[in-house]
Design a protein around this ligand. Structure first.
Ligand SMILES: C[S@@+](CC[C@H](N)C(=O)[O-])C[C@H]1O[C@@H](n2cnc3c(N)ncnc32)[C@H](O)[C@@H]1O
Length: 209
C-alpha cells in the first residue's frame, strides 16, 4: 500500500532539492501554540528533506525525523548533520513509547492512505503523545485540482494515480470528523501556500491529546 518506490524516485534528483523551494515556514503563524509544549521530544513524520525538522530544532525541540525514503533521510543528514533520522513506514506501528512525545508533526505526509489506515495512524499518534501533547500538520485540500484521467478512484476522496504509481487523498472539513473524535481541536484552518512554485490549498491543523 505504501508508495515507497515513488518516494525514492522523487528524492533521486538530489541537486534539485538543494534549494529551499519547499520551505514555506507554515508553522511561524502558530509558533506561540507550538512552543507552549513543555515536553520538547518531537517527531517529524514524513519529514522529507527536513524543513520542518530544522524549524522545530531552531525552536528548541529534540526531533526524530522519520520518513519512508532513505534518500530523503540521507539528504536531510547532509543539510543538518546533527539530525536524528529514522526510516519508518508510517502505516506500521510507530516505534515510540506510549505517552512519551510532546509534539508530532506530519506536514503533507498523511494524505496517501485509505481512511482505515489514516484512522490507524491518527490513533497511533494519539498513543505516543503525552496527555496535552500536540499533533500538528497539513493535508491536501479537495480544492486542489489533482485528480485527472490517470487517477483510479479507490474510495471517497482517495485515488491511485497509475502514471505516477502513487496514492492521493484529498480532504474536506467533514472528513476530519471521524478522525478527531478523541482530540481537542485547537486549529483546523484551510489556507493557500506556494510549494514547488505552484499554488496549493491545504488544511492546517493542531490537535491536542
Ligand atoms: C509531500 S512530502 C512532504 C515532506 C516534508 N514533510 C515537507 O514538508 O516537505 C511527503 C513525505 O511523506 C513521506 N512518506 C510517504 N509515505 C510514507 C510512509 N508510508 N511512511 C513514511 N513516510 C512516508 C515521503 O517520503 C515524503 O517525504
Amino acid at each position: 500500500m505504501s508508495d515507497k518506490k515513488y518516494w525514492e524516485n522523487y528524492y533521486k534528483d538530489l541537486d534539485k532539492y538543494n534549494k529551499d523551494f519547499l520551505k514555506d515556514n507554515w508553522m511561524n503563524k502558530y509558533k506561540k501554540i507550538i512552543c507552549s509544549v513543555k515536553n520538547n521530544n518531537a517527531i517529524d513524520l514524513g519529514c522529507g528533506l527536513g524543513q520542518d525538522t530544522q524549524w522545530l530544532t531552531e525552536n528548541k525541540f529534540n526531533v526524530i525525523s522519520c520518513d519512508i525514503s532513505s534518500l530523503a533521510l540521507t539528504k536531510l543528514k547532509s543539510i543538518q548533520p546533527n539530525a536524528n533520522t529514522m526510516q519508518i513506514d508510517i502505516t506500521d506501528d510507530l516505534p515510540f513509547n506510549s505517552n512519551s512525545i510532546g509534539l508530532v508533526n506530519a506536514n503533507l505526509s498523511l494524505h496517501y492512505f485509505s481512511m482505515d489506515i489514516t484512522k490507524k495512524i491518527f490513533n497511533n499518534i494519539f498513543d505516543i503523545l503525552e496527555p496535552g501533547g500536540l499533533f500538528i500538520g497539513r493535508m491536501n485540500s479537495n480544492k486542489n485540482n489533482y485528480i485527472d484521467k490517470n487517477c483510479e478512484k479507490i474510495e471517497e476522496n482517495f485515488y491511485y494515480n497509475k502514471l505516477k504509481e502513487k496514492h492521493i487523498r484529498l480532504f474536506d472539513e467533514e472528513q476530519f470528523n471521524s478522525l478527531i473524535e478523541k482530540w481537542k481541536v485547537i486549529i483546523l484552518n484551510e489556507d493557500k501556500t506556494i510549494r514547488r512554485g505552484r499554488e496549493k490549498y491545504t488544511w492546517e491543523f493542531i490537535f491536542q491529546k
